[in-house]
Design a protein around this ligand. Structure first.
Ligand code: FES
Ligand code: MG
Length: 595
């Protein structure tokens, strides 16, 4: 397939004109056009040769993190009209992280597929991708990358900072704290509800550096949004202003034929990995970024996260790795300040093209300098070597660990042996899925103590279709009451980006497809070595071979038609959790109005 097709066809006419203005084919043109007139568009407008711009609307009452986009779309449309385009807003399959069962990760793919069909099959010359809640960003970027018409990201922005009893209360992160207080009988049901709700004081997505703010920052680092877009809080006036500017810009992008494949290059992905480390991004970002790269045709692997990301220092002081929330991050300069500082340290490809039409280096050159508190200078970070560790061993081929959330207490408890400072051995406690974890974590017969490692399996893309955010398991209540608030956890599922749990997760291949975790038994000894980046079951090769020979995989129970389809086609988290057959469809823009 070629890499240089575009929104314009061979004669230089806009793609939409093949539908709406083809004098050689009046029958079809009339048929295409008449229904778009029925709500008030005029034939003159639609046949004027002005770019037709889609607004991919991810907000709805079911998707409250993105709901604000319903209002923002008005400003996007103002910008599109002002620049001479015609806006057509259309709905995208909702993805709500907190509301969807069994997991919103299943819907990333459904939403992606839906967007591909819309962009491929309707007369749009360019598209504004409204993003926000976790999976909306990768779904929209991968869809636009696949079809390859000019596209620009508009995030809805984080919620205002939450407060509870005078302290900052960050989305998700406060939940983990409130659960510990509830488990320790320090608060009751009502206070638990109030405490958790306090973190959501306004429209917008999670205000912590969870998956949403991480992925929107990454979209900006990829060059796919206007500079500064990611961090502006949803209710701020600048959010409406950047919606307007984004609408204006996409029209010119169509005229310049600036497509996603021209922006999302290998260099852009390397920039994104470096920024992800510096902001303390969610552990969901590696699979999402790899999936976008695969759909755009850039070769990106988990090892690239180790190679380009691990030794980057943590510059952004936001929860869960730090203290602040989205408002402070925005006021301190957001992604442009982080990138400007990383440029000074020689960590960013400054020439990477962006949606502004200018290279990344120019976009961020006038950003404020770090304030030394919310955004730290490169030489005075919150932590060195703060990127993901990419792990291997005899239980899985790959898994990731977010080093920026390994607390000093955790280091003291597990990594304090002077002879072997980066390793520890623990007794495995194995749960088959979150249901078993919840029903058995307080079971005294498991005899869980501070020398245990909690494992969870059956939670990868195939096992728990989509892959569940469950690896950050809380210790049993009796340990919490003794002040042991976290144990090492390992699993083939994911964990919330808002969690500060020192987990090893996204283990691939997962247990459901016969990965090594399927062989593990409660009581096994497992060695974790962070320096060698290995997790190993301490058992002989013969023992492991015997367990493999006896292994019988549990039967998968599908609950919906989509789950069955998805499980048959999906790959592992290490490869982005894509539908494997889908990645070959690249640059498929349809430039003719004829079927
Ligand atoms: Fe939607 Fe966090 S739950 S952004
Ligand atoms: Mg999440």
């Amino acid at each position: 397939m070629t890499s240089e097709t575009s929104a314009k066809n061979a004669s230089g006419r806009l793609r939409s004109q093949a539908w709406f203005d083809d004098p050689s084919n009046p029958d079809m043109t009339a048929l295409y056009i008449e229904r778009y007139l029925n709500y008030g568009l005029t034939r003159q407008e639609i046949q004027s040769g002005r770019p037709i711009i889609g607004i991919a609307q991810t907000g709805s009452d079911l998707a409250p993190c993105n709901r604000h986009h319903i209002e923002l779309a008005t400003r996007v449309k103002d910008g599109i009209r002002e620049a001479g385009g015609i806006p057509l807003e259309f709905p995208v399959h909702p993805i709500q992280e907190t509301g969807k069962r069994p997991t919103a990760a299943l819907d990333r793919t459904l939403s992606y597929l839906g967007l591909v069909e819309v962009l491929y099959g309707y007369p749009l010359d360019g598209v504004v991708l409204t993003t926000g809640c976790d999976k909306t960003t990768p779904a929209m970027l991968a869809g636009a990358a696949t079809v390859n018409i000019p596209a620009i990201v508009l995030s809805g922005g984080p919620m205002l900072d939450g407060h509870y009893k005078g302290k900052l209360a960050g989305s998700g992160t406060v939940v983990w704290e409130a659960r510990r207080l509830l488990a320790a009988d320090k608060i009751g049901y009502d206070e638990f509800m109030d405490m958790v709700s306090s973190s959501a004081p306004s429209v917008g997505h999670c205000n912590t550096m969870g998956t949403a703010l991480s992925m929107n920052s990454i979209a900006e680092a990829l060059g796919m949004s206007l500079p500064g877009c990611a961090a502006i809080p949803g209710p701020y006036r600048e959010r409406g202003q950047i919606a307007y500017l984004t609408g204006k810009r996409i029209v010119d992008m169509v005229r310049e034929d600036l497509t996603p494949r021209k922006v999302m290059t290998r260099e852009a992905f390397e920039n994104a990995i470096v920024v992800a480390s510096a902001i303390g991004a969610s552990t969901n970002t590696p699979p999402h970024l790899i999936s976008i790269a695969r759909h755009v045709g850039v070769d990106l692997t988990l090892e690239d996260w180790q190679k380009f990301g691990h030794d980057v220092p943590l510059l952004v002081n936001c929860q869960p790795a730090g203290f602040y929330l989205g408002e402070a991050f925005h006021r301190a300069g957001g992604v442009p300040t982080v990138m400007k500082e990383l440029i000074k340290a020689g960590r960013i490809h400054t020439g990477a093209p962006t949606v502004t039409g200018r290279p990344m280096g120019e976009n961020v050159e006038r950003a404020p300098d770090p304030d030394d508190d919310v955004i730290r200078p490169y030489g005075k970070p919150l932590m060195n070597d703060a990127g993901m560790l990419v792990m291997g061993g005899n239980l899985f081929d790959s898994a990731v660990m977010k080093t920026s959330v390994i607390s000093p207490e955790f280091r003291k408890q597990y990594l304090s042996n002077p002879d072997d400072p980066d390793a520890f051995v623990g007794r495995a406690i194995v749960f088959d899925g979150p249901e078993e974890y919840h029903s058995r974590i307080n079971d005294p017969s498991l005899d869980i103590d501070e020398n245990c490692i909690l494992f969870i399996r059956g939670c990868g893309t195939v096992g728990y279709p989509g892959s569940a955010e469950v690896v950050n398991m809380q210790p049993p209540d009796h340990l919490i009451k003794r002040g042991i608030v976290s144990l090492p956890t390992i699993g083939d599922g994911r964990q919330s980006g808002t969690s500060a749990s020192p987990s090893i997760l996204n283990a691939s291949p997962e247990a459901a497809v016969g990965g090594g975790l399927a062989l593990l038994k409660t009581g096994d000894k497992v060695r974790v070595d962070l320096r060698k980046r290995r997790v190993d079951l301490l058992a002989s090769d013969e023992e492991i071979a015997a367990r493999r020979a006896a292994l019988k995989l549990p039967e998968l129970k599908h609950q919906t038609p989509w789950q069955e389809l998805y499980r048959g086609l999906v790959g592992q988290l290490s490869d982005g959790g894509c539908l494997e057959m889908a990645v070959k469809y690249q640059d498929i823009v349809h430039t003719s109005g004829m079927p």
